[in-house]
Ligand binder design. Sequence first.
Ligand code: BES
Ligand code: MN
Ligand code: ZN
Length: 489
Amino acid sequence: MTAPLTVHFARTEFDPLIGAAGRVALMVGPDGKLGAVARRLDRATRGAIRRALEGKAWDKLKTGEALDLSYPSGLTAEAVQLVKLPRRATVAEARKAGAAIGRALGEAGAVVLAANHPRAADIAFGLTLRAYDFSLYHTADTPAKGPVTMLVDDPEAVADKAAPLTALAEGVCFTRDLVNEPANVLTTSDFADRLVAMREIGLEVEVLEEPALEKLGMRALLGVGQGSESPSKVVVMQWTGGKKGDAPFALVGKGVVFDTGGISIKPSAGMEEMTMDMGGAGVVAGVMRTLALRKSKANVVGLVGLVENMPDGRAQRPGDIVRSMKGDTIEVINTDAEGRLVLADVLWYAQERFKPTGMINLATLTGAIIVGLGHENAGVFSNDDTLCAAFLKAAAAEGEGAWRMPMGPAYDAMLKSRLADMKNSCGRPAGSITAAQFLRRFVRDEVPWCHLDIAGVALPPKETTLAPKGATGWGVMALDRLVRDMLEG
Ligand code: BES
Ligand code: MN
Ligand code: ZN
């Protein structure tokens, strides 16, 4: 695991700025006013900072963006980075400002002057998330970034505020690592091992192996994995930070470690991206990690279905009919519509065993959600307006794009099969919605539920505000906040 960068907090002083190796970052309001320590730094550079703040380039910057003064005379630093951030910044603006620092950060590190900025902890959080770098497989040229010291007026108070955000950054980066890993490394067994290792931080973790899944009747899930050399598994992670005996909230993730499409094989162009088809399971794992690290006062259970979808002599065929744990039969029209088969059994198991107070599942479920929403928003499908609104609110507060999609009986009717209770695929029209309707058949009406289709946001084609190109960890922040707002009271 690539440990996220830690930001150290120290009292605001002039000396660390003047003697800094690497970079010096200053948070400056749009008015360009400098505090006492920044004024001394400006004098050391013989007014270079002031001149930069009077120029057009500074005027044009948006909140959270930054300007570089390279090799400033009078300082040992490589650059002074002027970051535009008002004192009354929102959480998202502060994180964006921190990300500007994290993005430019090199191995020589940085000293950040945040002085008495009220959002110092969020600046540090954004910095950490954007400094993330998955370079495990670059054998050369990958020195670690940092160290970073942030100068603040009250280091103890800021460190207290930053502690839960450090737990959150750990969770987000854990998810990113899982999603970035190639499928020859992150097999179903390796994935399960990494989850079992979280026993160390206080999670109760169980691994259900194929014989146990057979016994439970999870033929929908097992059918997907039967063409792979890697054994299918369901992993259950429990965090009991609330009252013992109180029913938990359930998070369920699609963990297809590689999706070739199976016998309905995908075209080869772009197939390498299907290493991210365990993204839903990755988010569930990241949230559970965060809840444990920050000792959340809620009861939450995370369940992931880990399988690999491969074509093989034993692989499932188009036309096969399987019986789910619930008892409903499914005609497998397309072996590439495998995520819903996995989730059907894990969703049902979660309800049978835990009687959860509510349930959210995450899955890189459909290409169609990318057609509809691009890489800006995840699709949100729900049977419960209250839970859905609470999730959308949490996602908006964390700056994670999410958009509610419709559901309804007319879409459900499209799942009708001549031979079985339903079919797993019904063509292109409303592809994301019919997938959601399929899942809904495995959710009891009285259980508030959301399905998050994260195919477009788990691994977007470009860098985002808080992540370099690659896995984003989308959803960990929103779900952590939802747990805080809804379950911790
Ligand atoms: N894992 C894919 C969906 C996906 C596509 C995720 C692109 C990320 C990026 C899923 O298993 C799949 O193959 N879905 C099919 C469903 C169809 C066969 C009904 C799809 O979207 O084409
Ligand atoms: Mn597929
Ligand atoms: Zn898939």
